[in-house]
Ligand binder design. Structure first.
Ligand code: NAD
Ligand code: MN
Length: 502
């Protein structure tokens, strides 16, 4: 396979100007500064150097935590009126919208994803995050409570109320698959709650975080309320994870680093939300509408080249329809056009880098050597080694790496089943519990299977649908806590009970 790469230059003036800068700055306490040490960012499709990013470490983490702590206590932020905070969040959304084309171009160039995925999926998602939590800023309140236990002296009364206060300085650590959206999913609720934030994007994909923070500054967020540190996970990420001035880490990434962060958080007992990996099943019943299920499950695994935490990486199909499904599904996998993310003809871009693509290819080859059968794909591009074709495998046993590990690439397995009980056991035979989908026209199967699968989100007749209203989190090794919705906001707030004798 050799991909023909065409048209990959950005069109917007904003993206062009951004890429002209030699080294991108970090943002600490309202000051932009280029650090003496930097690292490279590449276009994964071509390998071309895009720009350089400042490489922050322990010292910058210390400055940023200090700046964020001062901003947290500043009257300008702490006493900002709810309606002003609401307007500020809305302004950020407006600015992202105004710059959405430019941000989508940068995301596509940096991460590899198609422009359409970035612009119409993720940018719109990020804008909705800020608008959704803008609405909440004026609706945060506690309760008044009358306790049952009396208090001496006789005749006095006890009354109490609760306050909801920001948890404090938040380190928002995000992965490389959907960088801007993941950043928005943390910044919007954190700012709504009155927290201050240090954003640490993934070293593979930090470009849009820089632009986003410039827009946040333009919106008028007070100095130090949001800070940006680019750099490596084991350096600045580690410094933030272990920092005693950080009250909460909002992390999205691998289960491995999520586990590691539990240790990092011990010192000051940080609050943690962990949005981790998955191995999400799609269950196709024999009464499913295949005109929905085939393209829906295919998009569920192949969108963003499989680099989606909830990707449908295990597909279980009722034996009555297995052969028909397998044929259509393999054909659908073969129909995706691979190319540069900025080429409008491309359905899928490259993986995030050649190293990751080689890992994905290695897992597939290992599985084939172990007896798995290839129904589609399985090809690493010779000339452009970050491209890997959409891959479907059958005859994958439950103990194989293909079935157990999160691959985070365009690779899925097809397995037949005979009974609902059997498929529930298969779907739950994993350390993960992030998401699942059920494809059926039966109301009864839809409800029964949704209840029986251990997953933070279950979709019926769709996969990978997100909206800021819908709480999203993982069971089992897929994480702690949820993002989005009212439940997601709770993670950025502490409760304080005020109790008085009157
Ligand atoms: P990763 O865990 O390697 O890195 C995530 C972030 O953590 C990066 O910013 C990285 O620099 C940082 N990091 C690395 N080491 C650190 C350390 N010692 N201390 C603090 N921070 C550190 O994940 P990735 O490879 O960037 O992303 C892919 C993973 O993310 C997949 O496992 C995927 O499932 C997961 N993910 C989960 C969700 C979800 O909502 N559950 C969403 C998207 C991605
Ligand atoms: Mn990059």
């Amino acid at each position: 396979m050799t991909i023909q790469l065409k048209a990959h230059a950005p069109k917007t003036e904003g993206a062009k100007a951004f890429l002209k800068r030699e080294v991108q700055p970090v943002w600490i306490g309202g000051e932009w500064q280029v650090l003496p040490e930097s690292f490279e960012s590449h276009d994964p499709a071509t390998g071309e150097l895009l720009t350089r990013l400042s490489r922050a470490g322990q010292a910058e983490a210390d400055y940023a935590v200090d700046a964020a702590a001062r901003a947290l206590a500043s009257p300008e932020w702490a006493q900002m009126l709810p309606a002003t905070r609401q307007a500020l969040l809305w302004k950020i959304a407006d600015l992202i919208e105004t710059h959405a084309d430019e941000l989508a171009e940068l995301e596509s160039l940096d991460q590899g994803k198609t422009y359409a995925t970035a612009r119409f999926g993720e940018l719109n998602g990020a804008i909705s995050q800020f608008r959704y939590y803008a609405g909440y800023a004026t609706k945060l309140g506690g309760q008044t409570i009358t306790p049952s236990i009396g208090y001496a002296p006789e005749g006095k009364q006890v009354m109490a109320y609760t306050r909801r206060e920001p948890v404090g300085v938040v380190a928002a650590i995000v992965p490389w698959n959907s960088p801007l959206l993941m950043a928005a999913m943390k910044l919007a609720p954190a700012l709504c709650a009155g927290c201050t934030v240090i954003l640490k994007p993934a070293e593979e994909t930090s470009l849009t975080a820089v632009r986003l923070c410039e827009l946040i500054e333009e919106a008028g967020v007070p100095a130090g309320v949001v800070n940006l540190l680019t750099g490596f996970g084991h350096e600045v990420g580690e410094a933030l994870g272990t920092h005693s001035g950080v009250a909460k880490v909002a992390f999205t990434g691998s289960t491995e680093i999520g586990r590691h962060l539990l240790g990092s958080a011990q010192g000051n007992l940080k609050k943690l939300t962990l949005e981790l990996g998955g191995k999400s099943p799609a269950i196709v019943m024999d009464d499913a509408d295949l005109s929905l299920a085939v393209p829906g499950v295919a998009r569920g695994i192949f969108a963003n080249s499989g680099q989606v935490c909830v990707a449908s990486s295990r597909v279980y199909v009722h034996r009555n329809i297995y052969d028909a499904f397998a044929e259509k599904f393999a054909a659908a996998a073969g129909n995706f056009r691979l190319g540069h993310g900025l080429d409008p003809e491309s359905d899928l871009g490259p993986l995030v880098n050649p190293k990751h693509a080689a890992r994905v290819a290695g897992i597939v080859e290992g599985g084939r050597a172990d007896g798995a059968e290839l129904l589609a794909g399985g090809v690493l591009d010779e000339e452009h080694p970050a491209f890997y074709s959409p891959t479907v495998l059958s005859h994958v046993r439950p103990d194989m790496t293909l079935m157990r590990e999160e691959i985070f690439g365009p690779v899925t397995t097809l397995t037949p089943f005979d009974h609902a009980d059997e498929v529930i056991a298969m779907a739950n035979d994993t350390e993960y519990g992030l998401a699942a989908s059920v494809w059926t026209e039966s109301l009864s199967s839809a409800h029964r299977l949704s209840a029986a699968v251990h997953a933070g989100t279950v979709w019926v007749n769709c996969h990978s649908y997100f909206s800021p209203e819908l709480p999203k989190g993982g069971m089992k090794a897929s994480g702690w806590g949820v993002e989005n919705g009212a439940l997601g906001l709770d993670n950025y707030l502490e409760n304080k009970t005020v109790c008085m004798v009157i």
